[in-house]
Write a protein that binds this ligand. Structure first.
Ligand code: SF4
Length: 331
């Protein structure tokens, strides 16, 4: 389903004179990692280590890799320009080869123009075709610039919707190319506008109402449970692109002001067993905002986002619920 062109990565590996590199591949493409590694080894003359740990974004680089390899090849994500790593990261786009024309025609009845066009990292290369297709059908479009965590106009990350919020006043709805509902719901909560998804894995464009109700019900239940907590662990992500120490300290200050016990915890890979053994009544994650939402079912202790903690402590209203974002001024 995805085309991977290694040409420029191979030139870059040769230019760097790298001897050993790490290869990070998203979960959905892991079975192709062996093939990609073989291609790189034979064409660039370099040793390749396939990283088994899941990779959910350009920020998701295990710190240990920097001591082991000369460079890291990351497939299927785009760079986060504001991040500086100690070894070169080489990004290889994975282009979806599923045509979106039929879905695009069907989406016209669902969107209101002007429409903001967005894509997740894996579908950035479809943006121009979708905009052209909409304009050929007489639909007015807009594309927004994000902050310095965003490498491409129109791109949304699970932790950053600034390409959408930057044009919120100019559009009446959004069309988002991507799979799943997380990004679309994040854009909807950040802007209050309707979001329609063009998902290459499906045949019909999708609205988010059902997923929104389900996720908000889950989050409400987690918040209610956390309201009974007395002790809170505030988790700081160990990965460079998810390390929000300042935000974590602000939350600790807020908790102590509200007479709750709070401690900072450093964590790389999240695991319910680690939280169980630490023994706090509830946790707040300042690392990747997706973890608390996507993995809600695996945690028996409440795992909150910073905005959800604010609701628990009465400094934000449930009506102002939004997904957590990592913006340029935080990292
Ligand atoms: S923090 Fe999470 S959502 Fe943001 S880029 Fe990293 S993996 Fe993706």
């Amino acid at each position: 389903m995805y085309d991977v062109d290694l040409t420029s990565a191979i030139s870059e590996i040769k230019r760097l004179k790298a001897r050993i590199i790490a290869l990070q591949v998203p979960e959905g493409m892991k079975k192709r990692a062996y093939q990609i590694a073989e291609d790189i080894e034979s064409k660039a003359g370099v040793e390749v280590l396939v990283v088994a740990e899941p990779c959910f974004g350009a920020c998701d680089v295990p710190s240990s890799l920097f001591d082991i390899v000369d460079a890291i090849v990351n497939v299927g994500h785009s760079p986060i320009p504001s991040l500086r790593f100690s070894k070169p990261l080489i990004f290889v786009p994975a282009r979806s080869n599923v045509p979106l024309g039929d879905q695009l025609k069907k989406s016209v009845g669902l969107i209101q123009e002007p429409v903001g066009v967005l894509a997740t990292s894996q579908h950035l290369m479809d943006l121009d075709d979708v905009i052209e297709g909409l304009e050929n059908m007489g639909i007015k479009t807009r594309i927004g610039e994000g902050d310095s965590r965003i490498s491409h106009a129109g791109e949304v990350l699970g932790c950053n919707f600034t390409s959408a919020t930057s044009i919120a006043k100019e559009v009446n709805s959004y069309l988002l190319i991507g799979s799943g509902t997380f990004h679309a719901l994040g854009v909807h909560l950040a802007t209050g506008k309707k979001v329609v998804i063009l998902d290459p894995n499906l045949e019909e464009p999708r609205e988010i109402d059902q997923a929104k109700d389900k996720i908000l019900r889950q989050r409400h239940a987690v918040i209610e449970k956390a309201e009974r907590a007395r002790t809170f662990g505030i988790i700081v992500g160990e990965k460079l692109g998810q390390r929000r120490m300042r935000r974590a300290k602000e939350l600790r200050k807020l908790l102590r002001w509200k007479k709750k016990d709070a401690a900072l915890i450093l964590m790389d890979k999240f695991d319910p067993e680690k939280l169980r053994s630490l023994g706090f009544d509830a946790y707040v994650s300042t690392a990747c905002p997706r973890i608390a939402i996507d993995d809600v079912a695996v945690y028996d202790k409440p795992l909150l986002t910073p905005q959800e903690l604010e609701i628990v402590l009465g400094v934000r209203k449930w009506e102002n619920y939004s997904f957590d974002q990592m913006t340029e001024d935080e990292l």
